[in-house]
Design a protein around this ligand. Structure first.
Ligand code: ADP
Ligand code: MG
Length: 757
């Protein structure tokens, strides 16, 4: 409408297309803004098409098949479009991503943002996987626009990111990497930033990114709009909101809802003994081969062990695993792989618990109890996304049941018990035992998995749920296929605290360090591990032990500090070396002799001269000394001919000795036979014959060997023709001797031979 009026007023002079487009856009923007300014509430709008959005955004949404708004989108988008700060809270899977991406695109569009304006919008995500996911959605709906967008999550070389970062209009970033660029990338400016988004703010806080976020926010212009989204409304999220938002609109959906988990999610728990868990899991997988399943475990080591051993069991469905010890690029690959598979089982740690949107996940199985109800909600949030159906199964050991169910009830999680039919259960213990027996790596992983699980339980904050002393340690170790129970010290300590109860536990020095630590949440520890120093994330990468390889193993969640430090040049280096040396000697003290011998340097062969001084078998001469005896080629030729002569002489001697030996042997045999014959009045027993044949064969072998030796020597260049002839005639003689037909023949030949010598 408006553009037409303007057009008709102006004379039809030749205008460039660009000018026309600009004018049209301007008109469109004015129309949008007047709509936004109207008092008419937009919170009832049902379709994206009815929102005051740019045509480009609408087209992008249409192409990505988004037509109808979700509840959080209905509430948050109009406010964000009106440039208000928003604090949005809604369950996982309810569509928060579009709630900030749509406003970002339109706000920048309305500001006529272009390449020269620099960074206009910044989205911070707690994990790289989630950042990738946000970026993918942005690409999908933003392709109709002309903004440049980038992903800053590490994993790529820092300088490559540095080159590109300066040119981006929209960035999706993880906190650590972003701060690193703010500090180190000269071309990176945020002075013009219009919109800041903190997605999964609860998790950003949980992971201990608070200080990083504060540092990032300090670098941003005060005059900006901030959108903060979160699945749960924790205290820390409110703290963050206070710090970063100005007069925010608080938008929460589902707060009054009866349940905190998606409606189409059916949730069950099963109470089982710790040692039954893997059997149940295996039986579950075998009966769900046409499903897409995520299985949550409490540590990387367990994830690895279960992954490796289940792969060997070949249940008939692709198995993959995702955990924090994998290299970043690998994690992203696995994430994509699982996203694209129709049927698969993904074993993972809580790294995948929040924010990731795997399409069409049918089942979330929690093999290990989550640390609290919030973690439970996040884990099950991986299924029943948006409008889909989903199922969740939680495995609880008897000691966890009461405490955890109480927690879930308080958080309005509707969950019911199911019993597993015994006849559906299949035991894999024998197979696991044989894997551990056959493959030391699996056994090693099993031991680590055992310790990691026990430790994770020990370190849990909620002692009303997690009772490490009540766990059947031995039975659990057996269920992993281990012949003995690995030694763990902290259980003893826990017992002391609990009162006198005896469980067979012994020392393990690896745990000493961590025992001195306070009990912390899993995310505290994750944070400590991966972000001890946000600025040095790339240093951490330098010592990233290729995450996923077996045998890179000293990947103790709580010991990374030491490992990272000792590879950096620092004041503490000497200290670290001492500790390392101590650790080593302690470990060595525990190692068996065999193991020690295997690890120690190999021995060297020495020769002693006449004065009894040791020398290396081969010692290097000075070049000048070496050349005194002629150049390399003449020395080589001299060596060959000299050694050749020696060999020839030795050969003749050897042959003579061998011949004599053979003849003597035969003679002895003859004598024996003769004696035997005389004794048995001329009758040869069959046994004797047999004996004879065997000895004969032995001799033939000897001869063969000998001939081969000789042949090797003959083949060398130094042998001349006449020698050859002599050799062949000798050979003939030997052959004559070797083909006797009767015992008498042999006797005669033997005598002849003896006489010939
Ligand atoms: P959250 O961030 O709240 O956990 P997401 O933004 O990841 O949720 O969205 C969850 C799923 O719902 C995604 O697969 C997304 O494509 C889908 N979705 C979101 N909004 C809509 C919509 N308006 N119409 C259809 N699907 C949607
Ligand atoms: Mg999300």
């Amino acid at each position: 409408m408006a553009p037409h009026q303007q057009k008709s007023k102006q004379p039809p002079k030749k205008e460039s297309q660009r000018v026309i487009r600009r004018r049209n856009e301007k008109a469109e923007i004015e129309a949008i803004e007047s709509k936004l300014a109207s008092p008419e509430p937009l919170s009832d709008v049902k379709y994206f098409n009815d929102l005051p959005l740019s045509e480009k955004t609408k087209e992008g949404l249409k192409k990505a098949n988004f037509t109808q708004l979700t509840e959080i989108q209905r509430k948050a988008i109009p406010l964000a479009l009106a440039k208000r700060d928003v604090l949005g809270a809604a369950k996982t899977g309810s569509g928060k991503t579009l709630s900030f991406l749509i406003p970002i695109l339109d706000l920048l569009y309305r500001s006529q943002w272009n390449a020269s304006d620099g960074l206009g919008a910044l989205i911070i995500s707690p994990t790289r996987e989630l950042a990738v996911q946000i970026f993918e959605v942005l690409k999908k709906i933003g392709r109709t626009h002309t903004f440049s967008a980038g992903l800053i999550i590490g994993g790529k070389e820092f300088h490559v990111e540095q080159e590109r970062i300066a040119m981006m209009n929209i960035l999706v970033a993880t906190p650590g990497r972003l701060l690193q660029h703010m500090d180190q990338s000269v071309g990176f400016h945020c002075d013009n930033l219009q919109v800041l988004v903190l997605d999964e703010a609860d998790r950003i806080m949980d992971m201990g990114f608070q200080r990083t976020i504060n540092a990032v926010v300090e670098n941003l212009p005060k005059q900006r709009q901030t959108l903060l989204f979160s699945a749960t409304q924790t205290r820390s999220v409110k703290d963050l909101a206070r710090l970063s938002l100005r007069d925010p609109e608080y938008v929460a959906v589902h707060e009054q809802a009866e349940h905190s988990t998606p409606q189409k999610l059916t949730q069950h728990y099963v109470v089982c003994e710790l040692q039954e868990k893997l059997d149940i899991l295996y039986s579950f997988i075998k009966t769900h081969l046409k499903s897409k399943v995520i299985v949550f475990l409490s540590s990387c080591k367990q994830t690895r062990f279960v992954f490796e051993s289940f792969c060997k069991l070949q249940p008939g469905i692709p198995i993959i695993h995702l955990h924090g010890k994998q290299k970043q690029t690998k994690r992203v690959d696995i994430f994509r792989q699982f996203t694209n598979s129709q049927h698969a089982v993904l074993f993972c740690t809580d790294i995948a618990a929040r924010g990731l949107d795997f399409p069409a996940v049918d089942w979330v199985v929690q093999l290990d109890c989550p640390e609290d109800a919030d973690t439970y909600i996040h884990r099950v949030g991986r299924t029943a996304r948006f409008d889909a159906e989903g199922h969740a199964l939680l495995m609880l050991v008897p000691s966890e049941k009461e405490g955890m169910l109480e927690e879930l009830k308080n958080k309005k999680v509707p969950i019911e018990e199911i019993k597993i039919r015994a006849n559906k259960q299949q035991s894999i213990q024998t197979q696991l035992q044989s894997f551990c027996f056959q493959d030391p790596e699996i056994k090693y992983l099993g031991q680590r998995a055992f310790v990691a699980y026990m430790r994770s339980v020990y370190l849990q904050r909620k002692k009303n749920i997690f009772k490490v002393t009540e766990l059947p340690a031995d039975a659990f170790a057996h269920s992993l296929g281990l012949a003995g129970t690995p030694k763990i010290k902290f259980v003893k300590k826990a017992e002391k605290a609990m009162g006198p109860k005896v469980v067979d536990t012994k020392e393990e020095e690896e745990q000493e360090q961590e025992e001195n630590q306070q009990t912390k949440t899993k995310y505290d520890r994750m944070f400590q591990k991966r972000n001890q120093d946000i600025l040095s994330e790339h240093y951490t990468k330098l010592v990233d032990y290729e995450g996923d390889k077996l045998g890179d193993e000293d990947d103790d969640d709580f010991m990374t500090l030491g490992r990272v430090n000792h590879t950096l040049e620092s004041d503490e280096e000497d200290n670290m070396k001492d500790t390392k040396a101590n650790n080593l000697s302690k470990r060595q003290a525990k190692m068996g002799k065999k193991e020690l011998a295997k690890r120690s340097a190999k021995g060297e062969k020495l020769v002693f001269d006449e004065e009894g001084k040791p020398h290396q078998l081969y010692e290097m001469l000075d070049e000048s000394d070496f050349l005194k005896a002629g150049d390399a080629k003449t020395q080589k030729d001299a060596f060959i001919s000299e050694t050749g002569e020696l060999m020839k002489v030795a050969d003749i001697d050897d042959k003579a000795v061998a011949k004599q030996k053979r003849a003597e042997k035969k003679m002895k045999r003859k004598m024996k036979e003769r004696e035997a014959r005389e004794l048995a009045a001329g009758k040869g027993s069959e046994d004797d014959m047999e004996q004879y044949t065997e000895e004969e064969e032995e001799e033939e072998e000897e001869e063969e060997e000998y001939t081969q030796k000789r042949k090797w020597f003959q083949g060398s260049d130094n042998e001349d023709e006449s020698d050859d002839q002599e050799e062949s005639s000798r050979k003939k003689r030997v052959l004559q001797v070797d083909e006797p037909e009767t015992i008498q023949d042999q006797e005669a030949l033997a005598l002849k031979l003896l006489g010939g010598l």
